[in-house]
Every structure is written in C-alpha cells, then in structure tokens.
Design a protein around this ligand. Structure first.
Ligand code: ACM
Ligand code: ZN
Length: 564
C-alpha cells in the first residue's frame, strides 16, 4: 500500500485510555524516507506500546544489545518513559504484548534491508544485518514520533501509550552510498557537534559521513609525523568579514581534531552504521599545509593560512620529490585512523599558474613527456600523474581513492571514484569509463546555498538557490546512460561548505530539512517519490528535530519554491 496522506492526517489521534488511564495515541508508519512497501494487515487490533512493553533482542551480542538500547532511548525521548530491554526472545504463544523483538536472521538478503511486522501482540524487526535492524529501529522511532503533535497540544499528557497499526513493512535502500559532507576547515565544529551531525545522518538513514578535514583556510587533523600541520597550519591570523574581501577581523581562528578524537568519531559513527570518509585535499587547497611546510610549494613561501574565502594559487609543487612522500606519509596515518575502504583525496580547483612558471614542475613535465593536446594541458596531465601515484598507493594498501570530478581531467587513474559536483557530467563521464561515481551536483545538493529566493531575513550564504523542492526533484540516474552505465552511479550526497557558516546551529539550519528531501532521493524508489506526500509527512520528522533542539528552516512552509 502506498502510504496515504489520510493515515498521516489521522496520526496523533487521541483514541481512549490505556490500562493505567494514560491516553492512547495512534502512530503512523508514514515516515521519511518512505519505506518501500507498507501493507496493512486488516481486521487486527493494534499493538499497544505502553509500560508493559519490553524490547528483546537476539542474538545476545553487545551490538544487538546496543541497538535495543538505542531504541529504548529513542522511545524514552518521545514518550517520556523507559521501556525495559531484555536479552533473548522467548515467545509464549499465549502471552500478550510480548514486546518489540529485534532479530538478526541468516540469509542472503542485503544487510541494510529489514522487515517490520506489527501484530496485535508483538512488533518484529528482522534483518540479515545489524544495519537493517538499525534502519527498522529508525522507522519505528519515526512512527512513534508521529504522535508528537498530541504531546505538544496536550501538555497535560506527560506520558501516553501508543497504538501501532498492524502492518507489514519490507524496506531496503535504493542507493548503497547515502552521504552528507561537512567542511570543518573554513569554520571548525567541535567533537560534540560532529556527533550531533552523525545523529542527524542516522535519523535520515544515511550511511556515509564525508569529513572535509583540510583546506587553504585551515588544516584540522593531527598528523604525528608533521606536527606543524596543526601547530601552524590550523591557525589563521584573521578572517574576512561577511563578503568584504578587503577586510580582516584580525582575530586568530583555530581548531583541530586530535587522532584520538577522530577515532572517537569513527567509533560513534560506526555504532550508527555510518562510515566516515576523511577528505585530505591534494594537490590544491593545501595552503594550510604550505604555511607549515613552505618548502613543498613552488615558490617556497612564506605562506599564511588563508583568511579569505577562495582558492589559493599556491599548491603542492609537482617537481619536488618530497611531495608524494609527504602525502603518502599523511595517508599512512589517515588509513590508520579511518578504517573506511574509501579515502577522499580532493583534487578539485587546483590552479596551474604556479606549475606553469615553476622550473621544477616544468622539468617534471618534460621528464614525464607530458604534452598539451586538444583535450588537456600538460599541467592537467601533471595533476593526473600525481593523482595516479596517490591512487596506486591507496590501492596497494587496500583502499580506494575518491576525488572531485576534476580527477577526470588529464585522464582518470585506474581505481578512483568520482564525486560529481560541477553538475552531473562528471558522473556521466565516469560511468561511461567504467568508474563508480557519486552525485553531488551544486544545483541540487550544495546545502550552503540559499534556501529562499527572498534573502532578506536569511543568514548570509555563499549564493545560489536550492529550496527543498529542488533537492527532492533530483533524478540520480541520467537518462543518457545505458542501464549498465547507470549501475556505476553509486549514490548521492549533499555538501555543507562553511565559509559563511560560523556556528553549528547555522549548519543545522542549512541541513534541515533539506536532508530529509535528500534522504528520499537516496532511499526511495522513483515510483514512490511524491513531493506532496513527502511534504505532508515532514511535520512528523521536524517534531523529532524539535525534540532534540535541532534548528531547521521553515522554507518549505513559508516560501514554497517558485518556478525559476
Ligand atoms: C567543491 O565544491 N570545490 C568540490
Ligand atoms: Zn613547482
């Protein structure tokens, strides 16, 4: 059954009272992102979730226990009381209200898929993977939150019971890669904010956190072999004010993550089935590093960590034999901190002006026999040569490089995955060349862009116009590709660059609820996508944002998209 608006509208209905006289409210499974199939089981009495409910799990492992405890916490956050958690599932056929049962089963279905069955006496969440159990828990959590309206309306009802309609949900994601990016270089957000960001991803069934850790405006990850990357490279002397490129506030700005903190984020994310992909930019966007190690630039410096929003012409010198070693040494530590198979190596916006003039770079061009042709300059080929070294190194160490779509220029290296940001063309080209790609086109997924056409009351942003309806409308599989080529589109992501975003509160405002629209692009099948259905269900999700004090934009309600 297609989730209906009718069901959503009937959510939060006060039905009657449960055994101990608290009110009962009806929940709805019309959640975001939409489950693949929700079949109602007619003629059955609803499951009543109350203080008699117990969360049980099997097998009795610490991971399954953790998942049960997640559900316990989510339910308490919404309902105001704690449901007990007990190991093992022992169902007595005669017993009523056995509770919510999390069960990992053997099988060959994909580990992110799950099955959620609500009967009169039990709620079963079953999957072949703990990830699937986690997504089933997210769906149940969001169904409970559909009752939040009542809580808000009736402050007298401190706690209440929930009636869950008897349904059978079968669900699985459309795309394997479902990501969000965060730039912590232009502005820095401490570890607790990063954890909250991961909580936001988890609520939206996302499985990848792309962590942009190094840039011209600051190097933000500790590298033990090169301590000055953080002691010097993480500090800029001042920052431009608003959009005034001639200004500087002269206030030192700094911040970085220790390796221990980064490992803590990796653990926190992994517990929520989110992989952290670190991004270490190279060979451009490197002025933070050059400020610390100026001998690695073409001119030898001195360089300052940049205090304005833009791209430095100063990049790593390709003619310096130390440069590749410097990068691979850094990657050694990065691979040790981040277990992800995928390491993002940037590769975007690398100006070639220094290389064109640098005798060492030009000697390298000659040594490698690189020539300008109709398609690419010799310097683009020089970047491609560099990327190939790095790609080979990562591959030899069991990892795979991801780069922005510029890595196609000069010829893509053998194993790299393309992140297509300057439109969808990079992904199309990559797919045609048999490389996996991720869709992050600016026009749909740059969440640092304005959400409203009327900017009068909006916080200053970099520009652009990406309202939630636009995000929702994206088709990740371009019609120009064959079915075989489409299979190389690995997934979809949105980016949050933080030049104009100083606080985490503001990050949330830019992310939410556009992340909800992205989540449906990533998770839902194309025939399920329907903006009016999504819009009707958005209030359930934003009630969770409110519950946790997450800031979010009302653009969808107050300024729906006008035709361009
Ligand atoms: C990018 O926005 N420079 C990838
Ligand atoms: Zn050079």
């Amino acid at each position: 059954m297609k989730p209906s608006l009718l069901l959503a509208a009937s959510a939060a209905l006060l039905l009657s009272a449960c055994s101990d006289d608290r009110p009962i409210v009806e929940a709805s499974f019309d959640v975001i992102p939409c489950p693949q199939a929700i079949d109602t089981i007619p003629g059955r009495t609803d499951y009543i979730l109350d203080r008699n409910t117990v969360i049980r799990y099997t097998p009795e492992t610490s991971e399954m226990e953790r998942h049960a405890l997640f559900l316990q916490q989510y339910a308490e956050d919404i309902l105001g009381y704690r449901i007990p958690v007990k190991p093992g599932i022992a169902i007595k056929p005669s017993s009523k209200n056995n509770g919510i049962l999390l069960r990992l089963e053997k099988g060959d279905t994909q580990s992110e898929a799950y099955d959620l069955l609500v009967s009169t006496d039990q709620v079963w969440i079953t999957s072949t993977g703990t990830a699937g159990i986690f997504y089933g828990i997210q769906t149940l959590r969001k169904a409970l939150a559909t009752t939040s309206q009542l809580k808000a309306q009736d402050s007298g009802a401190q706690t209440y019971c929930v009636s869950l309609p008897t349904v059978h949900i079968t669900d699985a994601p459309r795309f394997a890669y479902r990501g969000m990016h965060l730039d912590v270089c232009r502005h820095f957000f401490p570890i607790d904010s990063v954890k909250t960001y991961i909580d936001m991803l988890a609520l939206h069934n996302m499985n990848t956190f792309h962590w942009h850790l190094t840039d011209d405006q600051g190097w933000r990850i500790e590298i033990k072999q090169y301590p000055e990357l953080t002691s010097i490279g993480s500090i800029r002397k001042g920052t431009m004010i608003a959009r005034d490129f001639s200004s500087n506030d002269s206030i030192p700005y700094s911040g970085y993550f220790t390796q221990e903190e980064a490992r803590e984020i990796v653990r926190y994310a992994a517990e929520r089935h989110i992989e952290v992909i670190p991004e270490i930019e190279m060979p451009g966007h490197m002025q933070g590093a050059l400020a610390a190690y100026p001998q690695l630039g073409c001119t030898g410096g001195p360089y300052d960590v940049i205090g304005w929003w833009g791209i430095s012409d100063d990049v790593l010198c390709m003619g310096n034999p130390e440069v590749v070693k410097f990068c691979t040494n850094i990657l050694d530590e990065i691979m040790d901190i981040f277990p992800s198979k995928y390491i993002h190596i940037g590769g975007d916006e690398c100006p070639k002006v220094r290389w064109e003039k640098c005798p060492k770079c030009q000697a390298k061009v000659r040594e490698l026999g690189l020539k300008k042709d109709k398609q690419f300059s010799a310097e683009q080929r020089l970047q491609s040569w560099f990327t190939r070294q790095i790609d080979d190194y990562l591959t030899a160490h069991g990892h795979t490089a991801i780069g922005w779509d510029e890595i196609l220029e000069g010829g893509i290296s053998d194993n790299a995955i393309v992140m297509s940001w300057r439109g969808t063309e990079g992904a199309i080209e990559a797919a045609r060349q048999g490389h996996h790609s991720i869709m992050v086109p600016t026009a749909y997924f740059y969440f640092d862009y304005y959400q409203r056409k009327n900017r009068e009351h909006e916080p200053l942003a970099i520009g652009g116009y990406v309202p939630i309806e636009k995000v929702y409308s994206f088709n990740p599989l371009p019609e120009v590709l064959t079915d075989e080529e489409k299979s190389y589109i690995w997934g979809v992501q949105a980016n949050i660059w933080t030049e104009y975003i100083h606080t985490f509160n503001h990050v949330q405002y830019m992310a939410l609820p556009r992340m909800a629209a992205l989540a449906e692009v990533q998770w839902c099948q194309p025939e399920q996508k329907d903006y009016s259905r999504f819009f009707g269900q958005l209030g359930h999700l934003t009630s969770i944002y409110d519950l946790y004090g997450w800031r979010w934009s009302r653009q969808a309600y107050e300024e729906p998209m006008t035709d361009e």
